[in-house]
Write a protein that binds this ligand. Sequence first.
Ligand code: PMP
Length: 458
Amino acid sequence: DVPTVSAAELVAGRRAYELDRRHVFHSWSAQAGLAPMTITKAEGCYVWDGEGSRLLDFSSQMVNTNIGHQHPRVVAAIVEQAQKLCTIAPSHVNDARSEAARLISERTPGDLDKVFFTNGGAEAVEHAVRMARLHTGRRKVLSRYRSYHGGTDTAVNITGDPRRWANDYGDAGVVHFFGPFLYRSRFYADTQEQECERALAHLDEVVAMEGPGQIAAIILESVPGTAGIMVPPPGYLRGVREICDRHGIVFIADEVMSGFGRTGRWFAIEHAQGGDGESDPVVPDLITFAKGVNSGYVPLGGVAISAEIAASFDERTYPGGLTYSGHPLATAAAVATITTMAEEGIVENAARVGAEVIGPGLAELARRHPSVGEVRGIGMFWAIELVRDRATREPLAPYGGTSESMNTVVAECKRLGLLPFANYNRIHAVPPLIITDEQARAGLAILDEALEVADRSR
Ligand code: PMP
C-alpha cells in the first residue's frame, strides 16, 4: 500500500522544475547554481522527489512538519474551515483563532495566557522585541552568537550567525554574547557545570557593561536549533531568568523551532523545571512560536505574552498588527494539530523514540565513524557535528560555509533515500515526531552508510 508517483505527476514535476528555474527567486541562495529538489508528494514521514523516488524525511522540511506530512485530521480541518470561512479581519472574532489561543495558552508555562498571532517565526520575533522595548522603555536587545531568529530586519540583526553580516548597516541596539556550548567552549570549561557557571558570569558581565537600565530584552532559543542543537546545561535558563529579574529585563524564549513537541515536551523550556520535572518552572516573559504550532500546513506564528506585559497595553494602544493575524485557515490547522498531537501521544512518542532509538543510535554511529566529532540533542532534536580531525575538532565545512566533503555526504544521504537537515558541518536528525522505531532505525542505517563517505573524504 505504499503510494507511488504516477507518470502524470512526474511530468507535472518536470514542468514545475523548469518554471521554478525560470521564475522563482529562492531564499538564502546564489540563484545561478541552484538545483533544488522537486517534491511531488508527501505522506507521514516520507516525501517523493522529481524522479518518483521515496525519501525518509529526517528534516521535517524546515523542522516544522512535527505531525508528519498530510495528516488527514489536519487536512480535513483546513478543508472544513475553508468551506465555512476563509478570511476575516484581525479585529473580528472567530472560533478557530479563539480556540487556538486557548490551546496554546494552556500549554505555555506560568501566566503566558495571551497570544498575538503572526504569519511565521520572524514576525513573532519582531513583535516580541517591540513589546519588550515598549514595555521597558529601553532599546537594547541581547542575543546569543550561534543562534537563528529569522530573516526580517530586526530578527536577522538579532540572529547570531553569518546571515546577519549581509545586513551591513546592523542595528545599534543589538548586542551579542556567548551561550554555553561545551564542545566548542569559549570559556575553557571541561564540564557542563563549569560551562554553565562561566556562561552565566559572562552574560552577567555583558549586562553590566551594556548598562542594565538600557537593556529591554535577552532573547535566546531554549535549545538553539539551526545553530547546532546545543542543549543548555542544567541551570543555565534558570540563571538567565535570574539575571533578567535582577534588572527588569524581559526574557524572550524563542521556541519557533524547539516548541510544540520537538524536544519531547510541548516547550523546550520545560526541561529547565525543578528536579521532579514538574514543579518550579522557568517562566519567560514572552515565548515566540511558529512551525510546529500547525506543522506548517498554513503559515502561522505568534507570541505568547505574560499577564504583566499584556497589561502594559491595557490602556495604551499596541502599535502593531497584521492583516492575517490569526488567519482562520492557519488557526484551524493549529487547533487540529494540537488536539491530534495530544490525543495521539505524539509528544510522548518524540521523547521515547528520541531517547530509545535515535539518541543511542547516533551515539553508536559516533563510535564507529571517526568523522563524527559530537552527537547532541534531546527528544526528536539531534545534531551530529562532522570533523576532519577529532582531536582538533576542525569542522568538515567552515562555520558559515560549505565544503565539497559536506556536499558529498548530503548527496549520499539523498541517493540512499534519506533527506537530512544539513547546516555547515552538521547533519541534524529531526524527523516528524510521529516516526516509528522501525523508520528511525532505517534512517540511522542510511546515515551509517553515508558516514563512510564522510570518513573517507576527511
Ligand atoms: N526563530 C527560530 C528559533 C527559528 O528556528 C526560525 C526559523 N528557522 C525563526 C525564528 C524564523 O521563522 P520563520 O522562518 O518562520 O520566519
